[in-house]
Design a protein around this ligand. Structure first.
Ligand code: 13P
Length: 448
């Protein structure tokens, strides 16, 4: 096979209806930080066991077409001695590899960064290819501040991405080009749109200059969203509209697929934004898919907690997110989050005497629906989900219960809104699957 045919074959295997890419390529420091947040020690063995858990999740090949691995994983084996890369292949998942070597400050562009790793890249790719990798990923990051990214930052990063992509294609490896405009900050959605448009415009100018075949690459960008600290959040249809508006201007139709990163969005937001794009723009020129790390893995990692007895629950949580994103890939996320109770598949995990989950790690959207049904709340609506997500986000950040008025004010309401939807604010806490918040918070939530 010549390298064009090889690239075409890989693109065809990666870009499939109802499927997206799992990013499981966290570097050792990054996964160690994420493990630490849920109480897992990071060792070569825990990282191996965790990635085995993901790749052996029953039925995962139905939703995932490719997996981006970290170099360490390439040589690791499953418990039965099979190389993890082969485990992926057997599940019908194409293995890929993160090849960049992280970022450093860009000289003469204060606040901007640039990614390293071009030296020796062709040789490394040839080696990874022998090991089974068929595609690669390289990420450049762009922080938003009043003065960043600078023009120099955008052109330098674009040049690096284009050189990487050209080298990959020369080696018969499909490049995933990842320019990530970071979500950190208080900036508006309009500012994110302005920066993303400028960044992508530079990236495609450089890709064309380096004669990268646009038909044989994938783009992995951020969605257009307001900064994480900006209030209020934008509704999904605004995110979808602004993202597609910007991309139509600057991403050539020759690119087969846009596989978004999740970039710190909650798993639910990452699914609902992707869903809105596919539901509102079914005739977009590119496939609109996902290549998430956190938004696919967060519930699974929290459920696992490094314990062998939690592998089943973690795999279930992972498959649930993959199933939701597979549905979002064709605008059917709403159907995917219908309470599986009605479909008879969500067993209710064990509860304590207050009706709170004994093990909050077993929570997922299906469990939320089952908890709601058990509390007589009926089917969860988008309003219920707004409160559930807000509670989970707040708890995830601060580890305590928020003032309910604060949660509801973000949507222009007061605590009575949560009360009416969940009968009591403690009911909302329960359905959100959060740990016992302590006596004082419980009685405050129960009185509302
Ligand atoms: P997130 O989906 O967590 O942003 O990760 C995607 C990724 O691969 C970052 O490089």
């Amino acid at each position: 096979m010549n390298s064009q045919d090889e690239l075409n074959t890989t693109i065809k295997a990666l870009v499939q209806d109802r499927k997206g890419i799992l990013a499981a390529d966290e570097s050792v420091p990054t996964i160690s930080k994420r493990f630490k947040a849920v109480g897992i020690e990071s060792t070569e063995e825990t990282r191996r066991a965790y990635r085995e858990l993901l790749l052996t999740a029953p039925g995962i090949g139905e939703f995932i077409s490719g997996v981006i691995l970290f170099e360490e994983t390439l040589g690791q084996k499953a418990a039965d001695g099979t190389l993890l890369i082969e485990v992926a292949q057997r599940a019908g998942i194409v293995p890929g590899i993160k090849v960049d070597k992280g970022t450093i400050a860009l000289a003469n562009a204060p606040g901007d960064m640039v990614t390293q790793g071009l030296d020796g890249l062709a040789e490394r790719l040839a080696h990874y290819k022998i090991q089974g990798a068929r595609f690669a990923k390289w990420r450049e990051i762009y922080p938003i501040t009043p003065t960043n990214p600078t023009r120099l930052g955008m052109t330098a990063n674009a040049e690096v991405l284009a050189r990487y992509a050209a080298i990959c294609q020369e080696q018969g490896i499909v490049p995933i080009v990842e320019p990530e405009v970071l979500i950190d900050g208080e900036h508006s959605i309009e500012r994110c749109a302005e920066v993303t448009e400028a960044v992508l415009s530079e990236v495609f100018t450089a890709l064309c200059r380096h004669r990268v075949s646009l038909e044989r690459m994938l783009l992995k960008p951020n969605m257009i969203v307001p900064g994480k600290a900006h209030q209020p959040k934008s509704p999904a249809h605004d995110v979808a509209r602004m993202t597609i508006e910007v991309f139509r201007r600057v991403v050539p139709a020759a690119v087969p697929s846009i596989n978004f990163l999740s970039g710190g969005l909650s798993p639910e937001d990452a699914s609902s934004y992707l869903n809105a794009m596919n539901a509102l723009y079914p005739h977009a020129p590119w496939a609109l898919s996902f290549s998430y790390a956190r938004a696919l893995q967060e519930p699974a990692m929290a459920a696992w907690r490094g314990l062998a007895e939690n592998v089943g629950a973690a795999q279930h949580a992972f498959c649930e997110r993959a199933r939701c994103n597979s549905a979002a890939r064709c605008g059917q996320y709403g159907d995917a989050i219908q309470p599986p109770v009605t479909k008879g598949v969500a067993p209710l995990p064990e509860l304590d005497e207050n009706g709170l989950l004994k093990d909050p790690g077993t929570w997922n959207e299906s469990v939320a629906s089952a908890l709601a049904a058990q509390s007589g709340l009926g089917e969860l609506t988008e309003d219920h989900w707004k409160i559930i997500r807000a509670l989970r986000e707040y708890y995830g950040k601060f580890g305590v219960a928020p003032a309910m008025n604060q949660v509801c004010h973000a949507y222009g309401r007061d605590w009575r809104w949560a009360h009416d939807l969940f009968h009591t604010c403690l009911g909302a806490w329960r359905v959100a699957g959060l740990p016992d918040p302590g006596e004082e918070a419980k009685s405050y939530l129960n009185d509302m």
